[in-house]
Design a protein around this ligand. Sequence first.
Ligand code: SF4
Ligand code: SF4
Length: 165
Amino acid sequence: MKPINLRSFAQKVSKNKVAFKKYLGKVEKKAPKNLYSTMLQINKEVWDEVDCLTCANCCKKMTPTFTNKDVTRIAAHLDMTTTEFKDKWLYYDEKDGDWMNTKQPCQFLNSKNNMCSIYEVRPADCSGFPHFTKKNPTLYLHVHQQNIQYCPATYRMVEKLIEKL
Ligand code: SF4
Ligand code: SF4
């Protein structure tokens, strides 16, 4: 597995982002029957190539959404009340109805080793990211459209979708 080079990734993204987003939009409009099985296959292949510990770009550049369950679990882990936890690190996005990180990179990212300091209790959004194996993959194509520019694994997934479909 080669370490991720975020600078060359950014160059590839600026060249192909528009075309890749368009492609995902086309798949969303007319999803092939084998999309789920193809995504499962691609998921295996991508994680043989991509080492997240050399990247952590999602934790640096994006915010997870925190469900109420996440907040309760993580606050208890940190020996805080849910109100203390929200006041310290989160804001409420009225539009989407989600709790989000106020700051980026995420306060729980250890910048020395790219590891999550609350890994065992991290938000469900983080443990499911980048959402390649969802039962109904069509519902996540617009999410991948947004993630292409931050996540090298998502970018590679789209390259493979283009090859395989
Ligand atoms: S909670 Fe952990 S996995 Fe989630 S964004 Fe923060 S550092 Fe990354
Ligand atoms: S999920 Fe994507 S953005 Fe996050 S660390 Fe892995 S490759 Fe990087």
